[in-house]
Write a protein that binds this ligand. Structure first.
Ligand code: AMP
Length: 404
């Protein structure tokens, strides 16, 4: 797969205008507008610099937040200008439109090695429209601004959006370095993982990760489960889980999952103790409990015995893939399990991959984000890729026009 992905190093970019789709959907403080984490921007800098150093001019396309197809100042990309500037050490030209006459004339006047940032692509309703023709009309307008398309927005590749799919259909298209690296790392663990291969999975819902778990039980040696999703599985195994968050419609899937794991000789590990609370709140009364949770209490984090066990298994693994927190880690009373997992992943000497917004922030909170082999910028995209789904943004590049 990786070798088939058109590489920008094969593109003749000198003197060309490159439309670069990046994922600058970074979190910001709602009151001050200040960006609280710039990692996604930083990770696309190598692609921007490569293009500039090779004589291209760069037209950046990104989304931010969910403005629902309308101009909404709180999601303006004006916020990211200073951060890009800081890294590439040159000015950014900003167009407060995404397409139209202004964007056209600014793109036309763009000189080699200059950077033009277009306003949030999701201010245009056509970007995320379900109607392909509408997406195509936006893509057509965008394609008229440049000569070549480069996709570096892995986090959006599972979406059928105009700037991800239809634009790539219109121009010679390539994968940027970040996209390339994401696929390289995921392929590495999917095709020939060194064993033991341990998957750590948490978060709130079984429903969003059931397909992934069903795939993993056939492929990996051990699955360590935490977060609220563990309670649906424990409930399916007839354990008392008090008022913990569960998904009743998934009890039967959860039940079968454990059997499937055992059939495939995959060690499927569930929490043996818990930190429980009398309400879903930072001010809740809390206590430790063993396997079962009494009525009126809810599981908020894995307990210390489980955390120790998970730590040992993770540290000895040769490949680790981690997605989702072990508890309500946003509240410090319930972050110990997730912090223990993060630190164990950091100590593991094998290949370690973590992905999804929450795992990323947990890694950051634990101060270990630099100790993970690969911290994926994609949450949903990463999960879908690992499940074996074909991501529209990748498929379009594979069937691309780079050789024209
Ligand atoms: P997800 O989006 O499915 O990956 O879930 C992430 C969310 O799961 C985080 O916001 C956590 O606070 C939440 N979470 C983890 N463990 C629990 C739990 N035991 N009860 C309720 N929510 C949880």
């Amino acid at each position: 797969m990786l070798n088939d992905l058109p590489n920008i190093k094969h593109a003749e970019v000198n003197g060309k205008k490159v439309l670069l789709r990046v994922d600058f959907n970074v979190p910001f403080d709602k009151n001050t507008g200040i960006i609280t984490d710039e990692t996604r921007i930083k990770k696309s800098i190598p692609t921007i610099e490569y293009l500039l150093n090779n004589g291209a001019s760069v037209i950046l396309i990104s989304h931010m937040g969910r403005p629902n197809g309308k101009k909404d100042e709180q999601f303006s990309l004006v916020k990211v200008i200073d951060i890009i500037k800081k890294y590439i050490k040159q000015d950014i030209i900003f167009c407060e439109e995404t397409t139209g006459e202004k964007a056209k004339s600014m793109a036309e006047n763009l000189k080699s090695s200059e950077v033009l940032l277009l306003e949030n692509i999701r201010f245009k309703a056509e970007e995320t429209s379900k109607n392909k023709e509408e997406r195509e009309s936006l893509a057509k307008e965008l394609s008229e601004l440049g000569d070549i398309y480069v996709d570096d927005a892995f986090g959006c590749c599972h979406r059928e959006h105009a700037s991800i799919v239809e634009l790539a259909e219109l121009l010679p298209s390539y994968a940027g370095f970040l996209l390339h690296r994401e696929i390289e790392m995921l392929d590495k663990v999917l095709t020939k993982p060194e064993r033991p291969f341990v998957v750590v999975i948490g978060g709130s819902k079984v429903s969003t990760k059931i397909k992934l778990l069903e795939t993993f039980v056939t492929k990996v040696d051990t699955i360590l489960v935490g977060g609220a999703m563990a309670y649906t599985i424990l409930k399916a195994r007839l354990l008392e889980i008090g008022s913990s968050l569960i998904e009743r419609e998934f009890l039967s899937n959860a039940f079968q999952l454990v059997d499937k794991a055992s059939y495939h000789k995959c060690q499927f590990v569930l929490p043996e103790d818990h930190i429980i609370a009398d309400e879903f709140s930072e001010n809740a009364k809390i206590k430790k409990t063993g396997k079962e949770i009494p009525a009126g209490w809810m599981g908020m984090d894995i307990g210390p015995k489980t955390a120790d066990k998970y730590e040992k298994i993770i540290k000895e693994a040769k490949t680790v893939l981690w997605n989702g927190p072990m508890g309500v880690f946003e509240m410090s009373k319930f972050d110990k399990g997730t912090m223990a997992v993060a630190k164990a992943v950091a100590k593991c000497k094998g290949i370690t991959i973590a992905g999804g917004g929450d795992s990323y922030y947990a890694a950051k909170k634990a101060g270990i984000e630099d100790k993970i082999t690969h911290l994926s910028t994609g949450g949903g995209a990463m999960l879908e890729y690992i499940e074996g789904k074909k991501l529209p943004g990748i498929q379009v590049l594979l069937s691309g026009k780079e050789n024209e």
